[in-house]
Design a binder for this molecule. Structure first.
Ligand SMILES: [Fe+2]
Length: 309
């Protein structure tokens, strides 16, 4: 897609992080206007070389932080500063499919800053998809299904192991996900949030969300998908004996063929962001989905993130 993400290049005026944050502070109205228009903005060739630089860069925007600790993220991540943490630590050969960050939980960020400290030799792009444009087109092609989705919403069933599992893209333990120390505390928290749950034999917690909206009204009067249907249908572990991870809000099954059609149409509104060291991308989580392609090679892929409420 042309102009997506919108790109802003350093013309050489910003030689260090102090010059950069001063310059950024003066550009915020322009940057936020571009973000509203395009859904994502890429900053390239700026002097962002460390987690601390990225912390300063993202802090310039003045957004309220959305912390990893308080989120129900089911990915294992590592904090580098109080505001900055690693992107999903899933193994390099795993693809992470298109999703809106944490749309399957009651708490989600409105914006995501990504920063590339080191780009992999091959692969590892971040696919970005304009979910509002995808919604409009899919509604045109499948009006009955999108109306049904809007009416019924979705319920997600998430498996949380007893201990963190770094081999999985969703390996965060229930103790860490829910910030609790005991099974009783976990149950209390889930009950307050309207979840249903059961304990499996290996102390994995199988938790089912209350009905979650699948479509979101945006501030400009348009609407966007805001859900995890693509990521769940393609990527979420099922395993033997585990329940279907995604149903409509009334518990009925979602037809695989419609999800295949949705994935096919999503390509029209997607682009693959090929990272260079020092890149920062600001993504509107309500308008744009993201993912991660698999990668390989000796140089590590270091993508770090800051989330805004
Ligand atoms: Fe994500």
């Amino acid at each position: 897609m042309d102009g997506f993400p919108h790109q802003i290049y350093n013309d050489g005026a910003c030689g260090n992080i102090n010059e950069l944050t001063l310059w950024l502070a003066g550009q915020l109205p322009y940057i936020e206007a571009e973000l509203r228009t395009h859904g994502a903005v890429l900053f390239r060739d700026f002097p962002v070389k460390s987690a601390l630089d990225f912390d300063a860069f993202s802090a310039t925007f003045g957004y309220e932080d959305f912390t990893y600790d308080e989120s129900f993220s089911n990915a294992v991540r590592i904090n580098l500063t109080p505001r900055v943490f690693t992107a999903n630590e899933a193994p390099p050969d795993r693809e992470i499919f298109l999703h809106h960050e944490l749309a399957q939980t009651p708490f989600y960020p409105s914006k995501i800053f990504f920063c590339c400290l080191s780009a992999p030799e091959s692969g590892g792009e971040t696919p970005l998809c304009r979910s509002d444009l995808l919604f409009a087109e899919f509604k045109r092609q499948y009006p009955d299904w999108t109306d049904l989705l809007a009416e019924l919403g979705l319920r997600y069933t998430i498996q949380m192991p007893e201990n963190d599992n770094l081999e999985s893209g969703q390996g965060r333990s229930w103790r860490n996900t829910l910030s609790v120390n005991s099974e009783a505390q976990a149950e209390d928290k889930l009950a307050r949030l309207g979840y249903e749950w059961r304990w499996r034999k290996d102390q994995t917690l199988s938790a089912t969300t209350p009905v979650m909206p699948a479509i979101r009204a945006l501030s400009d009067g348009s609407a966007s998908f805001f859900n995890q249907v693509i990521a769940v249908s393609r990527g979420w572990q099922r395993g033997t004996g585990t329940p279907t991870p995604l149903t409509f809000g009334d518990g009925t099954k979602i037809d695989d063929s419609i999800l295949e059609a949705l994935i096919a149409v999503s390509h029209t509104f997607s682009t693959a962001l090929q990272w260079q060291a020092g890149d920062v991308a600001l993504v509107d989580n309500f308008r744009v989905m993201h993912g991660r392609y698999p990668y390989a090679g000796k140089s590590p892929r270091q993508i770090i993130v800051n989330l805004a409420r």
